[in-house]
Design a protein around this ligand. Structure first.
Ligand SMILES: [Zn+2]
Length: 262
């Protein structure tokens, strides 16, 4: 039986491990996912980071992934896998849902699907690598994809100095999700918030992320027991929303209350 890792290179349902390479560069420079190539060296793929040949491991015991042909310390671009996947999802859908920019609706999801011109990955902006760059209503929009670390403060400052709008999407709670759930997370279900806005518009000092549920739901959920995989110390330092996300990672308990799950 073939078992596939999810598009982030993780085991579906966990437990977590170092993400593996599941998307490589084909001969034509385009992305090739592990389940759409020939086995072994016949995959004709190379590594995004070091350009060396990769082999497609498609055995019946371990989950499928790409590996360097020779021993290598190269991580093979697993960090950018999430960006490539998010790009593919957004481009296929033609856009995504963004957070509201209205001060009185801060933290809420904008109710309308936003059509986006095709997004690109890994573009250099102000000395930083932007995860995704697209254009929304004629304005450049940067999308940062959070899997383990959020966008660092100096990167946000640089974007703000350039008067860019930057949306961050938090995929961390979906790390071990199936491809279908991840797709939905990228487009709508994962928490998203503005790190900065163009046109000199302020974002609150502590940007309130889009809430998966109402305030009452969150209070209720924040009283939930600490999951075993989170230490007491971590738990004590987590915000209510982080707790809600940890307890209810895919929003099954909270999303219904908002009624935006299609
Ligand atoms: Zn490599």
């Amino acid at each position: 039986m073939t078992r596939l890792l999810n598009p982030l290179g993780q085991l579906i349902g966990g437990p977590g491990h170092q993400p593996r390479v599941v998307v490589a560069r084909g001969e034509d420079g385009a992305e090739r996912w592990i389940d759409e190539v020939e086995r072994g060296l016949a995959c004709n793929c190379t590594c995004w980071e070091c350009n060396s040949r990769l082999v497609a491991r498609q055995g019946s015991v371990r989950e499928w992934s790409f590996a360097h042909q020779a021993d290598s310390d190269c991580a093979g671009g697993v960090e950018t896998q999430a960006h490539r996947y998010a790009k593919a999802v957004i481009n296929e859908a033609g856009g995504l849902y963004v957070a509201s920019v209205r001060p009185d609706a801060w933290g809420a999801l904008h109710p309308r699907f936003m059509q986006l011109a095709p997004v690109r990955t890994e573009e250099r902006i102000a000395g930083f690598r932007a995860d995704l760059v697209g254009s929304l209503k004629g304005h450049e929009l940067i999308i940062e994809v959070k899997v383990t670390h959020g966008c660092p403060a100096n990167k946000i400052r640089a974007y703000r100095d350039l008067n860019m709008s930057v949306l961050e999407i938090d995929l961390a709670p979906f790390r071990y999700a199936t491809a279908d759930d991840l797709r939905e997370a990228v487009l709508k279900r994962a928490t998203r918030y503005w790190l900065c806005l163009s046109g000199g518009r302020d974002v609150p000092r502590q940007p309130a992320p889009t809430k998966p549920g109402g305030i009452d739901q969150q209070r209720k959920l924040s009283g939930f027991a600490r999951p075993k995989n989170i230490s007491q110390r971590e738990w004590a330092e987590m915000s209510t929303l982080e707790k809600v996300t940890a307890v209810d990672p895919d929003g099954r308990l909270t999303i219904k209350s908002r009624g935006y799950r299609s």
